[in-house]
Design a binder for this molecule. Structure first.
Ligand code: GLN
Length: 497
């Protein structure tokens, strides 16, 4: 019998639709897999066995009644614990929201349910999505299925690890500075940050609102596209949601023809700090695209040098404001409310106990950068850099259709290695941050294993805003060509499977 956990989402949906298998059987197979491996991996913070089986049964009933099923009906999914789920805990990886049960569904959650996608549970993440390793979770780290002593990326390491350990064929992430793409890169999976405003942020706990973007994660480019189509589109509940048709991502993922496509290689994304094996795989991808008929052009984006610095002013500034709502009075944790203390004291005690060190660091940094007398020097300057980065992209996209780079400078590092060194941790997002600052669409797709450590490397593809379909076209081409060359999907080489 086929192992249902090894199928792609597209294959699973087809098997459910044809009656070859039932959605309940599929859900049960994944719940069993979670039971067998997640003690080691720790991808999930909460598994909703009952809810998953109920949702799966509803899909089977619908089919039995002769109703038409959506393209991903009956396919299980791992949901990052940053999206609200009615009746199911949402912690954002923080003690601050331990035990909080949201009274409503995020728009994204509601769309998943409406599509008949089966939510298996909520995945581990760096607290409030701040981090690149999932070590900042208040609930302990997640292991990388390729090597459990290494990080699965972050902040969405639970989602990427769930995919790479075959606990779910689909997952959801959020990307403020790289938290979908970097975890995808280091686990050999596919992750897409849609155009800013492409997927609703309503019900997605805010970190840095002008950068935050939810998006699809999967093991194949087509699966990511199918999920993208379900979650994307205008939402009146989100004031920054784009009121325009969703780019034709599924069509592009099925097409995968890059002949005549102009591909830009940014020369600043190389040099010191880039692992040799990562650059080897990247250069091989450039060659591959050339062989497939793309035209490769070298570009310079001088302002990208300042992207990381600008990000670490803008993101903390916005977070210092967004996280002010966690005051111990409205929801979640409350510490010291013994009838003798003032509300102010209770708030201070709650925030002291509820936030971890990285979150506190950022709140302090952001509060400082926004304070009067420093605002122009820090926050104001960072916003100017942001404009320069957008201009560099605009200039580039006059010459090319997409831009490519390594997704991350290195492969997965050992758990603990950068935990006490915030600067080293921040460098993991060197290549991903510019697309957040400019609001572009970007993807990470597997492009092989680094020769020195045998760990996965990701190729980043960046497209102009609202041209998300180009990511899928290029991603599908790269995926098909490499899979043919390797003789199998990259994940089949992952040792613990
Ligand atoms: N690693 C980056 C940070 O720590 C990005 C996080 C994210 O995209 N959510 O802020």
């Amino acid at each position: 019998m086929t192992d249902l956990t090894r199928l792609t989402a597209a294959q699973t949906a087809a098997a459910v639709a044809s009656g070859e298998t039932s959605a309940v059987e599929v859900a049960q197979a994944h719940l069993d897999r979670i039971g067998a491996v997640d003690e080691k991996v720790h991808a999930f913070l909460h598994v909703d066995t009952e809810g998953a089986l109920k949702a799966a049964k509803a899909v089977d009933d619908k089919r039995a009644a002769g109703e038409k099923l959506g393209p991903l009906a009956g396919v299980p999914l791992a949901l990052k614990d940053i999206f609200t789920t009615k009746g199911i805990p949402t912690t954002v990886g923080s003690k601050m929201l331990e035990g909080w049960i949201p009274p409503y569904d995020a728009t994204l959650t509601a769309r998943l349910k409406q599509a008949g996608i089966v939510i298996l549970g909520k995945t581990n993440m760096d607290e409030f999505a701040m981090g690149s390793s999932t070590e900042n979770s208040a609930y302990g780290p997640t292991g990388n299925p390729w090597d459990l002593t290494r990080i699965p990326g972050g902040s969405g390491g639970g989602s990427s690890a769930a995919l790479a350990s075959f606990q779910a064929p689909l997952a959801i992430g959020t990307d403020t500075g790289g938290s979908i793409r970097q975890p995808a890169a280091v686990t050999g999976t596919v992750g897409v940050k849609p155009t800013y405003g492409g997927v609703s942020r309503y019900g997605m706990v805010a970190f840095s609102s002008s950068l935050d973007q939810g998006g699809p994660c999967a093991r194949t480019v087509l699966d990511a596209a199918l999920l993208h189509e379900v979650i994307a589109g205008y939402d009146p509940m989100d004031s920054t949601s784009i009121d325009a048709p969703v780019p034709p991502v599924v069509e592009a993922a099925r097409n995968g023809d890059v002949r005549g496509l102009r591909v830009g290689v940014i020369k600043e994304f190389a040099g010191e700090g880039y692992q040799a094996g990562v650059m080897e795989r990247f250069n091989e991808s450039v060659e591959l695209l050339r062989e497939l008929g793309a035209e490769v052009v070298e570009l310079s984006c001088p302002s990208f040098e300042y992207a990381l610095a600008a990000y670490y002013l803008i993101a903390p500034s916005e977070c210092s404001s967004n996280l002010a709502r966690f005051d111990g009075l409205r929801y979640g944790l409350r510490v010291g409310d013994d009838g003798t203390r003032s509300a102010e004291d209770v708030t201070a005690l709650t925030r002291e106990a509820g936030f971890g060190p990285e979150v506190k660091r950022r709140i302090m940094l952001g509060t400082y950068a926004l304070s009067s007398g420093y605002y122009d020097a820090y926050y104001g300057s960072a916003q100017k850099v942001r404009t320069l980065i957008s201009r560099d992209f605009e200039r580039s996209f006059q010459q090319v259709d997409v831009v490519i780079s390594p997704t991350t400078p290195t492969t997965a590092f050992p758990i603990g290695e950068r935990a006490d060194d915030p600067m080293a941790m921040y460098l993991a997002d060197l290549c991903t941050i510019p697309a957040n600052l400019a609001g572009n669409a970007a993807m990470s797709v597997p492009c092989g294993l680094a020769s020195e450590d045998g760990l996965p490397v990701g190729l980043q593809i960046i497209a102009p805003a609202m041209a998300d379909d180009r990511l899928y076209r290029v991603g599908a081409a790269v995926e098909a060509a490499f899979t043919a060359r390797w003789g199998h999907p990259l994940l089949e080489e992952a040792p613990i499977l």
